[in-house]
Write a protein that binds this ligand. Sequence first.
Ligand code: AMP
Ligand code: GLY
Length: 423
Amino acid sequence: MKVLVVGGGGREHALVWKLKQSPRVKEIYCAPGNAGIAGDARCVDIRADDLKGLLCFARENSVDLTVVGPEAPLAAGIVDEFREAGLKIFGPSRAAAEIESSKVLAKEIMSKYHIPTARYAVFDDPAAAGAYIKENGAPCVVKAEGLAAGKGVIVAPDEQTALEGVRSIMVDRQFGAAGSRLVVEECLVGEEVSILAFSDGVNVVPMVSSQDHKPVFENDRGPNTGGMGAYAPAPVYTPEIHKITMEKILCPVIRAMRAEGRIYCGVIYAGLMVTEEGPKVLEFNVRFGDPEAQPVLTLLETDLVEIMEAVLEGRLDQIKIEWKEQSSVCVVLASGGYPGSYEKGKIIRGLGEMPDRVMVFHAGTAEKDGEIVTSGGRVLGVTAAGADLPAAVESVYAAVEKISFEGMQYRRDIGRKALARIK
Ligand code: AMP
Ligand code: GLY
């Protein structure tokens, strides 16, 4: 079959890498892809948000299955358009994807169906939000309503920071239209974990747990990024937490979406805070996480095409999804200055020296005069699996040391929380 992957980051490289292993896949395209993906798929120069262009390409090239990586095309309704045209596509519809693209909808659904999450209030007026913050005090969390590439969330230790957050979202419109409404919520305390699951609208099958590292600097300091690294599985996600997550969060949200007429088909990602009172939802995403997909997909034994077809045909309960009994770690190598402004076009060295078991998923790279150069904030996701987490961490950092480009920055503590926990 012919497969088209939509997107061009590290997550999409991991998807291409995994899908390509399926004996069913004869041809794989990626739009727009990147310099690393070009080694595994045919890259086509169509942007991930060019729905019409993607639809035309899929039709003209008789694509049998389209897999959508990022949230923006899902929120824009790519799945509805492809389905209307009679094309097979993996991901939630526009109405279902709203659980990520509208933080207000996500909170309303959680509240209506008693899914554990932080207490919250919604505002469309900065003065009212300010008054609420002054009355309820800090710490609190201020979130822009819409999609803001993971950056529209301000965790405010004090009132002043919260009020500045309201101003930047709603008055200065730092995140554009995403800031027409905002949510102020209770600050949860605990350790974060990402739990991704496949759903066919009725059945929910979880993947191995993982943990992202959002702040740019070690020890979780500095501004939030799209994610500086991740590992799987996450020891904080114990069998007991898993049981509660399935019963109180994942199964109920899929049931709730069905009841709301927003049948959920695809990958659902629950960002959880494991608090003293149990797991609570920070956010739902409607796709694989980036960089969580990198370690999670390297642990997946089962053919991903088989899983995706089972999702699309509503028979997820009839297949067995298997995982390697190993750990996997992804360390993101980023451009100097990221998540602020950064330079592009830096030559990347050392890519030819990777040991066999290490995967280098490309996130922001391009080819220029025969060399691989940087072209984004997150540049590479170096990923290694091992018998256990210490082994995977050791392999990944040994590989990272061989790679260099001007201004390269990365966190040296990916997996440290888990290492402390298993000691
Ligand atoms: P979100 O995009 O909603 O997941 O928020 C981005 C990051 O902000 C999360 O990964 C958390 O680190 C943090 N965060 C979001 N909501 C809360 C909350 N209610 N309490 C504490 N931290 C939060
Ligand atoms: N790693 C966080 C996300 O994909 O949203």
